[in-house]
Design a protein around this ligand. Structure first.
Ligand SMILES: [Fe+2]
Length: 187
C-alpha cells in the first residue's frame, strides 16, 4: 500500500525530494525536433553536447496521479529557443497542468486539427493543457525555466507525430524577443 508523504520541490533548481526517477535530454537528443539540424550540429561543435532539459518525477504505478519537474536550460539553436520534444498523450482523455516556478517561457500547443495556442509560462501561472492538444515548452528567458507538472501516471507520450511532421509554429529570437513564426519544415 502506498503511504502519504510530503515531497519537497525546489522551485529554483527543480529538485524533487524524494523522487522516483529522472532523465535528461541533450542537444543531440533533440535532432529532428529543432527546425535547423545544421545549426544544431554547429551548436554542439561550439558548445559541446550540453543538457537541454531534465525531468524529475514522482510517480507510482499504483496511483493514477503523478507529478514532477522539468528544468530547461536557456539558449537558442539556429535562433530557435531551447525546446522540449513535444507530445500528444496516448490516452486521449488526459490533460495536464504545468505550474511554473521560476524563469520565463512559452507553452506552445497544437490541437489535432491544427489550431495553435500559446500560454505564457512565468511564476504564478499554472497552464491548463486540455486533452488532445500537443504541448511543447520553450525557455525564452535568460535563466533556467523550472515548472512542476501534474499528469495521469498512464497518460502515455506520442513524440513521433511531432518529430515526423513538426509543429506548425516555432518560437525564435527576433530583435531579442520571442517571436512566433511559421515552421518552414511543417509537413
Ligand atoms: Fe504531457
Amino acid at each position: 500500500m502506498l503511504l502519504p508523504e510530503g515531497v519537497a520541490i525546489d522551485g529554483a533548481t527543480g529538485t524533487v525530494t524524494p523522487s522516483t526517477g529522472r532523465y535528461e535530454k541533450r542537444l543531440s537528443d533533440l535532432r529532428g525536433f529543432f527546425h535547423d539540424d545544421a545549426a544544431l550540429d554547429r551548436a554542439i561543435a561550439t558548445d559541446g553536447d550540453r543538457v537541454a532539459y531534465e525531468v524529475i518525477d514522482y510517480r507510482h504505478e499504483d496511483s493514477d496521479l503523478s507529478f514532477g519537474t522539468t528544468i530547461m536550460m536557456p539558449g537558442t539553436v539556429g535562433g530557435e529557443y531551447i525546446i522540449t520534444r513535444g507530445h500528444f498523450h496516448l490516452r486521449k482523455e488526459c490533460g495536464e497542468a504545468y505550474y511554473t516556478q521560476s524563469g520565463e517561457g512559452l507553452l506552445l500547443l497544437e490541437s489535432r486539427d491544427g489550431e495553435v495556442k500559446t500560454v505564457e509560462m512565468k511564476p504564478g501561472v499554472c497552464a491548463f493543457i486540455p486533452p488532445e492538444w500537443a504541448h511543447r515548452s520553450i525557455n525564452t528567458g535568460k535563466d533556467k525555466l523550472v515548472f512542476v507538472w501534474f499528469c495521469a501516471t498512464d497518460a502515455g507520450h506520442d513524440y513521433g507525430i511531432i518529430k515526423d511532421r513538426g509543429m506548425r509554429k516555432l518560437v525564435v529570437e527576433r530583435n531579442g524577443k520571442p517571436t512566433l513564426v511559421d515552421n518552414p519544415n511543417h509537413a
